[in-house]
Design a binder for this molecule. Structure first.
Ligand SMILES: Nc1ncnc2c1ncn2[C@@H]1O[C@H](COP(=O)(O)OP(=O)(O)O)[C@@H](O)[C@H]1O
Ligand SMILES: [Mg+2]
Length: 364
């Protein structure tokens, strides 16, 4: 669902601003340090209640201000507008409002505003810890499978209980049984959701990747977090002694991962930075495409920070073409607007914004 109005107050260096973005392509240009990333960060906070630059929101609040606020109106395909707002103060209290009502859960924001971020750190999705790839996968599962969130919450709760019992030292195994039953039930459900999602995503990813870069033989596979041949109950049972020694549960969907390999080698160890970024772009665009295919009311908004970085002209052009073909709303930042202003079809709605010392002005 595109943002039709966006109001930002006291986020980093940005002056209070209200923008009327294009439902399709929004180009945001400006010198280094002008505030481009901060604008994307504001939208990210609205959709996920967190920044992509710091683990805490405290540094995002403008110096000498007590709180920051982001508010937006979203247009749905049926023309019904939703209003989302979030504000966060220095005491770490935050307030979420959805259509004028106070809301407690950030999942409600995420559901209304599915966001995909592509930035200069995106290559880390391949190189970094499995947690990032799980988050990527679960983003998709969350948006297409409404039972995922409750299964995930059940898993987290039962894992926490089992782990805390494990850390107590000598324990009755029967104490673990109810939590293990819950881990197994929720865990196998999550695994089933992830597999069903990946089965749909994989062909779209392969096609998207082929449109973006030539990397024949790149494979995407899924590791569910425990032995493929055995049920989770059996694995938990057989790993009891080790889990006790380590104080946490080693098998389950909390250890799942996606593996990207080229000629049998880990893709992160053989691809260039630019190629890794393109693979990540293909992964994220494929999720956007799948979401659109499954549910047209759930278009995601793409935030693309510093699009030109690490990409040559031909790949920039190919990436812009793909983002355009998604037909969803995209916010793209770059230093020099000329580097991207000619990448679009003449009839694609395009708005341009220029940022200078935190002032955002619409130029087109
Ligand atoms: N909490 C804050 N309050 C005010 N200014 C900040 C805060 N945090 C960062 N800044 C400043 O905001 C500016 C904008 O940064 P950024 O959005 O990353 O710029 P760009 O992406 O355009 O290069 C930087 O000059 C930075 O020093
Ligand atoms: Mg930046």
């Amino acid at each position: 669902m595109p943002l039709t109005r966006l109001a930002v107050t006291a986020v980093r260096n940005l002056h209070p601003v209200t923008l009327l973005p294009s439902p399709r392509i929004n180009l945001v240009s400006g010198a280094n340090g002008s505030g481009k990333t901060s604008l994307l960060e504001a939208i990210h906070i609205l959709g996920l209640a967190r920044s992509f630059r710091s683990t805490r929101l405290q540094p995002v609040i403008q110096y000498e201000q007590d709180s920051c606020t982001v508010f937006a109106e979203l247009q749905s395909h049926h023309g019904v507008a939703s209003k989302l707002g979030i504000s966060r103060n220095r005491q770490a209290d935050y307030e979420i409002r959805i259509n004028g009502q106070s809301a407690r859960s950030t999942a409600q924001l995420a559901e209304l505003l599915p966001l995909q971020l592509i930035n200069p750190d995106s290559f880390r999705l391949l190189e970094g810890a499995p947690k990032q790839r799980r988050q990527y996968l679960d983003w998709g599962v969350f948006h297409v499978e409404h039972r995922f969130l409750s299964a995930w919450q059940r898993l987290q709760k039962s894992l926490k209980q089992r782990n805390s019992l494990l850390r107590r030292g000598r324990i009755e195994r029967s104490l673990l049984a109810p939590w293990e039953a819950e881990i197994v039930a929720a865990g196998e459900q999550i695994d089933g959701f992830r597999q069903a999602y990946l089965q749909q995503l994989k062909p779209i990813f392969e096609q998207t990747l082929g449109e973006l870069v030539e990397l024949d033989g790149l494979t995407l596979s899924y590791f569910r977090g425990w032995d493929r041949e055995r049920g989770l109950a059996e694995v938990l049972d057989s790993q009891f002694e080790r889990d006790c020694a380590l104080g946490h549960t080693q098998a389950g969907p909390q250890r799942g991962d996606l593996r990207l390999r080229l000629r049998g080698l880990n893709a992160a160890e053989v691809l260039s930075r630019g190629q890794q970024k393109l693979v990540v772009c293909a992964l994220k665009i494929a999720q956007g495409r799948l979401l659109r295919q499954l549910d047209r009311q759930q278009d995601c908004v793409f935030l693309v920070d510093d699009l030109p970085s690490e990409l040559d002209q031909a790949h920039r052009q190919a990436l812009c073409g793909l983002l355009e073909s998604l037909e969803c709303q995209v916010f793209i930042t770059c230093v020099d607007a000329d580097s991207l202003s000619n990448c679009w079809q003449p009839d694609t709605p395009l708005s341009m914004f220029h940022v200078e010392h935190g002032h955002i002005v619409q130029t087109e």
